[in-house]
Design a protein around this ligand. Structure first.
Ligand code: PRP
Ligand code: ZN
Length: 283
């Protein structure tokens, strides 16, 4: 049995459970208890506040955790970051009321900055020779300037919507963050085997992200041109069709270049092009 700590509610909760489902681990989540159990894998899920996750994994009460790099930076917990998970992208940024005359970082000298990330902020201020007062607030940091509690804030920015709706502007991004899988140091051997299975499946799920499977018919004479257009894991699969002089070509294409590739393929005579979703890529 291996125990994974995930966020009980908030920005990472849904994506964490979605990733688990994608790798064939389904949690009986009906009652949303403190501790859940997978029906199809020897795994328990511990639901925690995200700022508690690094410390709980460091202490060994959970073997693994899914948490933002922002929380690891703040807690300085001794854990291994084993995978970046490609969701929960955000940054920790300094923001000021849009009405102030912001001249540059020296503006922060003598000011009060509200944050839930005092340790990351203090380190940044020190490294940059800025002398400001750090006021720790657990939540709703964005209202601190309007409430007269602080002159500026240092907080998570994702879409930027919270800043806009509170009349704040981001002036400096200090730390880029995303969700990562963390593991406790010195994980016992039998749990390490389970972790390896989880990593193998996670890599297959991550590898399929942003990729499509493309299938088309092409005059056999144009195959060399098609091969030049199609980078793939090995080379594309080419099979003869029943119709003389035609072949079927299939390959994996990255979503970012999908339309460009499809248009180029049409240009060399491809027909009946099918673009299919890719669920897993297992290397
Ligand atoms: C963070 C942050 C902002 C918001 C920013 O809070 O404190 O309130 O997200 O996101 P946006 O740029 O997309 O508007 P979070 O939802 O993590 O909850 P918390 O304040 O309880 O930590
Ligand atoms: Zn918030």
């Amino acid at each position: 049995m291996i125990r994974l700590a995930i966020q009980s509610k908030g920005r990472l909760n849904e994506d964490s459970l979605r990733l688990l489902r994608e790798i064939g681990i389904n949690i009986d989540d009906a009652k949303r208890k403190f501790l859940g159990k997978a029906s199809d894998f020897p795994l328990e899920v511990l639901y925690l506040r995200d700022d508690d996750i690094p410390g709980v994994v460091e202490g060994g009460a959970a073997d693994l955790g899914i948490v933002g790099l922002n929380e690891i930076a703040e807690t300085c917990a001794e854990v291994d970051v084993v995978r970046k998970l490609g969701f929960g992208q955000c940054r920790l940024s300094l923001a000021v009321p849009k009405t102030v005359d912001y001249t540059g970082e020296e503006w922060f000298n003598g000011k009060i900055i509200a944050t839930s990330y005092p340790s990351v902020l203090k380190k940044y201020l020190k490294e940059n020779g800025i002398s400001a007062t750090v006021r720790e607030i657990k939540g709703s940091v964005e209202i601190a300037p309007a409430a007269g509690i602080a002159d500026a804030i240092f907080d998570i920015v994702s879409s930027g919507g919270t800043l806009v709706s509170n009349g704040l502007v981001e002036v400096k991004s200090v730390l880029e963050s995303e969700a990562v899988l963390i593991c406790r140091k010195d994980i016992p051997a039998e749990k390490k085997t389970l972790l390896d299975t989880i990593l193998f499946r996670t890599d297959a799920a991550l590898e399929s992200q942003g990729k499509k499977y493309v299938l088309m018919n092409l005059p056999t004479a144009r195959i060399p041109e098609a091969l030049a257009l199609l980078p793939s894991m090995r080379s594309p699969t080419v099979m003869p069709l029943a119709a003389e002089g035609w072949s079927s070509v299939s390959t994996v294409v990255s979503e970012s270049s999908l339309w460009q590739t499809v248009e180029a393929l049409k240009g060399i005579g491809a027909e009946g092009i099918l673009v299919l979703n890719l669920d897993k890529v297992i290397d």
